[in-house]
Design a protein around this ligand. Structure first.
Ligand SMILES: Nc1ncnc2c1ncn2[C@@H]1O[C@H](COP(=O)(O)OP(=O)(O)OP(=O)(O)O)[C@@H](O)[C@H]1O
Ligand SMILES: [Mg+2]
Length: 322
């Protein structure tokens, strides 16, 4: 089955291109002042409320073929399996990651979302006993090719974690760290420019411009996460991986990060793991649903939330599972 052949619901395009840019922020209902307006329309608080009136019996139970290739894909993953010792955590995952688009990965705890994310920058290499099979192609070459330098690869693939993890260094040095070790700038003035533009793009410059020498760890949680995003984009990666980047943040800080993700996708491919289906619907253009290590279904976010093809996806997004 090809996801592009599936009839999609009436498009409701907004600023983030997925029809959900006006969705209310999950949980609090308050619209933070000064942020992108989030009105009544769109997905709202209950994605399941938008499900088309398709009888459950009409949804399949066979795995949905998710390998429909995407033109100009940044990553092409085919039949990816991950083992931790004897335990298989990921089973035959095939998916493409498109440029300038946000791919959300959702699914119950332990289904393999973080494991898959870690495959994309070879972070599983650092876990003793972890083994990856299958192919993950970036620029026409497998990233697990033994001749590929994992450190160089990670410089092209930024990662933002659940818990903000600024280095115990100044705000300036946190952002300057990557450009320095990868020798991306030739002068202090150039480095200053990169630090300033990265902090500006991360929406943090105005809050920190007068205290660039202060420790990054002294910022609030939401500011720390934006600092980590600034640190990530300072090395100009091609892809940004985010593993539940907002789970430690309040709704206002979450809204800022989501707005930022929406801006960043104009330039980067972004893969985000989230437990919030509202967040997946707000920020992503494609959504992948994982279950017990398998990729069950992937498609346009709007389609997945309004017309899931697989019974397991429907159960999850309607709250019957997980
Ligand atoms: N380092 C590890 N060693 C052994 N097993 C692991 C390791 N990391 C993850 N696993 C196992 O692999 C499976 C997938 O875990 P993973 O962390 O990818 O799930 P997840 O979907 O990200 O879950 P969550 O939503 O709770 O973060 C789980 O069964 C988990 O226990
Ligand atoms: Mg995880």
């Amino acid at each position: 089955m090809n996801e592009t052949q599936e009839p999609t619901p009436e498009p409701r395009r907004t600023s983030n291109g997925n029809g959900n840019g006006n969705a209310a922020h999950g949980g609090n209902g308050a619209v933070p002042h000064g942020l992108r307006p989030r009105g009544e329309g769109g997905l709202n608080l209950k994605p399941s409320g938008r499900l088309n009136a398709i009888p459950t019996e009409a949804r399949g139970t066979a795995p949905v073929d998710s390998s429909a290739p995407i033109e100009n894909a940044v990553f092409r993953c085919r039949d990816v399996n991950v083992f931790y010792g004897a335990k298989q955590a990921l089973k035959g995952v095939s998916i493409d990651v498109a440029p300038r688009q946000v791919l959300a990965m959702i699914g119950p705890s332990g289904c393999g979302k973080s494991t898959f994310l870690r495959c994309l920058n070879r972070m599983n290499d650092t876990i003793p006993g972890a083994r990856v099979t299958g192919s993950i192609v970036l620029d026409g070459r497998d990233i697990y090719d033994p001749e590929r330098d994992a450190a160089q690869l990670r410089a092209r693939i930024g990662m933002v974690f659940q818990k903000p993890n600024p280095f115990p260094k100044s705000i300036y040095d946190n952002v300057a760290y990557g450009p320095r070790i990868h020798k991306l700038t030739r002068s202090r003035a150039e480095l200053d420019d990169v630090v300033c533009s990265s902090l500006t793009r991360a929406g943090l410059w105005d809050e920190v411009k007068d205290r660039l020498g202060s420790p990054g760890t002294g910022l609030s949680g939401g500011q720390q996460q934006r600092l980590c995003i600034a640190r990530t984009i300072a090395i100009q990666p091609e892809v940004i991986l985010m593993d539940e980047p907002c789970s430690a943040l309040d709704p206002i800080a979450t809204a800022r990060i989501e707005d930022l993700i929406d801006e960043l996708r104009e330039q980067y491919a972004i893969v985000i793991v989230t437990h919030s289906m509202q967040q997946a619907a707000r920020v992503s253009q494609r959504t992948a649903y994982f279950h017990l290590g398998e990729l069950i279904e992937v498609g346009e976010t709007d389609r997945v939330f309004t017309n899931p093809r697989h019974r397991l996806t429907e159960d999850y997004i309607t709250g019957r599972f997980g």
